[in-house]
Design a binder for this molecule. Structure first.
Ligand SMILES: [Zn+2]
Length: 310
């Protein structure tokens, strides 16, 4: 009897040690990059990139990994897609099913909640696992800010400026200033002017294509700021969009509306590599988590685009 219980105790210790070893490899993945900067261009379709001069994005594709047939989620509206991009999940998980969604006004409750009682995004997840990380959301469309855990941020473009409205130039400049002064661990930049051009003049119009070229220039300025701050070589850049468009709108179920670019550039990223498998917008947050060595929440369905890395 005594021998048996001693054997049992040793078995328990051995199993516990094995379990601890296993969980360590799962929860402590090797970071790929020291920092991540995601630049999301509202309404920028792959067609728009193909039809417009975009020397910076051409450079990113030539020196990084990309797909121009990544997909957003339905409906192809802004709030559901930005939320999916930052939360590694689809609409039926996070419940942001339309632009009418507010923290206290929704139809479908989130399947699970985290910080601030909202569906967990990369901002909150990173803050929980890396309390000292410098995290910023610098966005042009004010509505973006309600989709994430505000208390996870060190810097929020609307809180910091106190403005009611920002434009793409001001937003990009805020991002540049922040990169230079703070060297963020995770920065999300959102620019809205391409979507405005789509709604005003039509997707595929000359005004729309000019707005894509302007986005390209602003992306270049942000990359240059990272070079000036001497963080370029340790930063993973991800360029994407929430949706495309048809005519002067979006929200429907066509490829023109749902297909988005997804580009990566940075340490460990393959050069000139076309990603040959499906990428969904919710893979974005999972890829950020993977790159920073952060464990995604159980609820997320997004998968890191590991094939983009060496
Ligand atoms: Zn949008």
């Amino acid at each position: 009897m005594k021998m048996k219980s001693r054997y049992f105790i040793w078995m328990c210790i051995a199993l516990a040690a094995l379990a601890a070893g296993c969980s360590e490899t799962i929860s402590d993945p090797e970071p790929k990059a020291q920092r991540v900067i995601v630049i999301g261009i509202d309404g920028m379709s792959p067609d728009g990139i193909a039809a417009s001069p975009t020397p910076i994005m051409d450079f990113i594709m030539e020196n990084g990994a990309y797909t121009l047939t990544a997909r957003g989620v339905l409906p192809t509206s802004s709030s559901p897609n930005w939320k999916s991009m930052i939360s590694g999940s689809d609409t039926e998980h996070h419940g942001v099913t339309s632009n009418k969604w507010e923290k206290d006004k929704f139809i479908l409750p989130a399947a699970t909640t985290g910080m601030e009682d909202i569906y967990p995004t990369i901002f909150g997840v990173l803050r929980e696992q890396r309390p000292d990380a410098k995290i910023a959301a610098i966005y042009d469309w004010k509505g973006f800010g309600r989709l994430l855990e505000q208390s996870a941020l060190d810097y929020d473009s609307y809180k910091a400026t106190g403005k009611e409205k920002l434009d793409e130039d001001e937003t990009a400049q805020l991002a540049i200033d922040y990169i230079l002064s703070e060297k963020p661990d995770f920065l999300f930049v959102h620019l809205d002017h391409v979507d405005h051009a789509g709604h005003q003049h039509g997707h595929g119009s000359s005004h729309y294509n000019e707005s894509v070229t302007k986005a390209d220039t602003l992306i270049g300025n942000i990359l240059q700021a990272a070079k000036d701050a001497v963080i370029y070589d340790e930063t993973l850049f991800i360029i994407s969009a929430d949706h495309g468009g048809v005519g002067t709108g979006h929200g429907g179920e066509t490829l023109d509306e749902i297909e988005i670019p997804f580009m990566l550039l940075g340490p460990g990223v393959k050069k000139g590599h076309t990603i040959d498998h499906q990428v969904m917008t919710y893979d974005n947050a999972a890829t950020v988590a993977f790159a920073l060595g952060v464990e995604p929440p159980y609820a997320w369905i997004g998968r890191p685009v590991k094939s983009a890395f060496e």
